[in-house]
Structures are given as structure tokens and as C-alpha cells.
Write a new protein. Structure first.
Length: 308
């Protein structure tokens, strides 16, 4: 299968590398130094203390990659619509498009560019960090769930699942994928902005009583909004699974994506995480002051990049 990865950051590179062993894979990204390093020396993915090198196609030009059978979208959620517009050359009449992005509203941004039956949505868990151009650290990759939104063709989700599983991922087709997407949004809402502001690795939230309490309070706000949207979650269970047990081992050493963005002075996805919960809170008349505060603080931190 011909697969293009739109957004070759840490997670996009992990997926692209593994998929390239059994498929024709193109990494498409605007980071020219990263793309040139992959072209010249291959994509290096570190697991533990060892690097594995993958030889695959890499480009900044969607035209060079051309129409693909499957496009997996990993660009930052705040850039989805712009990236789809710039990379239209990847999409043909039957191209399947899978978003595994963080945040809320990605499917809605993609819909104008493809047929509804070609859109697939999903989640993946785990962690990865970009070490430098052409070099990525893989902490852990968990289950990938894939499904559809209204109007989608669920029968074709199994095709993508088979391709991922053949390349070493653990994935499944899920008719309840929107529940999984909401769960990931909630997990990120209590974790990412907090750790970005604290400049702390993932493990800190499980080791700090204060950080864990704040994470739980953020979760509870988001869960109230999720309930109004028709989804039911437990803050204590999410905190136990992801903030206490989930950050043990290698994943605890990882720096979350929002912290990596802040460190590299890039725009974050806070608008699509805590900001999305804040907007939905207003829609339903539910107070979410902590999520509003996180969105404002990260927004202010982004302004500091160029402040003198």
C-alpha cells in the first residue's frame, strides 16, 4: 500500500518508520532539515539505547509524493485545515484519510477536502520525542483504535487495521471510537498544559501530590462537559490509569508534545484541548475556570516567544 504520513513529527515518524517495512511510505513535512536528514541518512528511531534506521521517502512537497492509498494525519490540530489545503495532491477519489491527532475538531477540519466515506478517525496512546533532525525517541506505543464519524464506511476501517497490525502496531476497529477520542482529549486536558507550564516530564504528575490534584480538577471540569455531550467518564479512573500507572517506566521519561512545542517555541495545540473544553463549557453553560486558565496561560507563554 502507498501511505503518506502528513506531519512527520515524533509520532508521525514512528508510524512512518514501522509502516515502511511493508509498504511504500512517504513522510511529508514542512521541516526541511528533518526531511533532508532522512533523505541522506535515513530515519533513526531510538528504542531503549539502540537506534534502528529506516529507509523511506521523505519530502516537503505533496506533489512529489503524489496520490496515496492512505494518508495518516499527524499535523498539529491547530494546523489541520491549512495542511489539508496545502497537501491536496495526496488525495485521490478513493484515498482513505485517517486522523490520529490530538485535540477536538480534526474530523470537521478534514471533511471539506474528502468524501465522508473516506474519512477515518482514531486514537493512539504512547509517547515519542524528537531528538533532532531525522532522529526520534520512541517511549511506548499503545493501542490504536480506528472508526468513523457519521457517513463513514466502517467496513473499510478493517483494511487500515490490517495494515497497521502487519507492521507491528496493536490496533482495532472500534464502533465506539468517538468515546475513545473524548477519553484522550480528557487525558490530555489534565496533563499536557500542566506539564508544559511546569517544565516536567510525564512521571512528575504521578509523583507530585499537587500536580496530580490539579490534573484531577482539570479532568472533572472536562468530564462535566463530556457528560453534556453524551459521554460518561470517571476522573479517578482516568487519573489512576494514565497519571499514576500510565507514567511508570519508559513513558514517564517522555516529555509530552505540548512541552516539546514550548521548548521549541512553537504554537501548541492548547486551543484544541483545554481551549476546546472551555468553548464547549460555554456552549452548555458549564463552568470550566481551570481549563480556561490553562488555555490563557499557555497562550501567554506562546506570546513570550517573541516578546522583548
Amino acid at each position: 500500500m502507498k501511505i503518506s504520513i502528513m506531519g512527520a513529527g515524533a509520532m508521525g515518524s514512528i508510524y512512518g518508520g514501522a509502516l515502511s517495512e511493508k509498504n511504500e511510505v512517504w513522510l511529508v513535512d514542512v521541516w526541511e532539515e528533518h526531511i533532508e536528514a532522512i533523505k541522506s541518512s535515513g530515519l533513526k528511531i531510538r528504542v531503549g539505547e539502540e537506534d534502528k534506521v529506516y529507509r523511506l521517502n521523505a519530502t516537503i512537497s505533496a506533489q512529489e509524493a503524489g496520490v496515496s492509498d492512505l494518508v495518516i494525519v499527524f499535523v498539529k490540530s491547530v494546523n489541520t485545515a491549512e495542511a489539508l489545503q496545502q497537501n491536496k495532491a495526496l488525495f485521490g477519489a478513493n484515498t482513505m484519510v485517517l486522523t490520529l491527532q490530538n485535540g477536538y475538531g480534526n474530523a470537521e477540519d478534514i471533511m471539506p477536502y474528502i468524501k465522508p466515506e473516506n474519512l477515518f478517525v482514531g486514537t493512539t496512546s504512547g509517547g515519542a520525542t524528537t531528538l533532532g533532525p531525522g532522529h526520534v525517541f520512541q517511549a511506548r506505543i499503545g493501542l490504536t483504535r480506528i472508526g468513523v464519524v457519521k457517513g463513514g464506511d466502517f467496513s473499510r476501517a478493517g483494511v487500515i487495521v490490517d495494515v497497521l497490525n502487519e507492521s507491528g502496531f496493536t490496533s482495532e476497529a472500534s464502533e465506539d471510537v468517538l468515546n475513545a477520542i473524548w477519553e484522550k482529549l480528557l487525558v490530555n486536558s489534565g496533563l499536557n498544559a500542566l506539564l508544559a507550564l511546569l517544565n516536567a516530564r510525564n512521571a512528575f504528575i504521578g509523583e507530585s501530590e499537587q500536580a496530580l490534584e490539579l490534573g484531577k480538577r482539570l479532568l472533572k471540569e472536562g468530564i462535566a462537559v463530556a457528560k453534556a455531550e453524551g459521554y460518561d467518564f470517571s476522573a479517578d479512573e482516568i487519573a489512576r490509569q494514565y497519571y499514576i500507572e500510565g507514567v511508570k517506566g519508559s513513558i514517564g521519561h517522555n516529555r509530552c508534545s505540548m512541552l516539546q512545542d514550548v521548548e521549541k517555541r512553537r504554537k501548541t495545540e492548547v486551543e484544541r484541548i483545554n481551549g476546546a473544553i472551555a468553548e464547549l463549557g460555554k456552549k452548555h453553560g458549564i463552568p470550566v475556570p481551570l481549563n480556561e486558565a490553562m488555555a490563557l496561560m499557555i497562550g501567554a507563554k506562546e506570546m513570550l516567544y517573541n516578546w522583548e
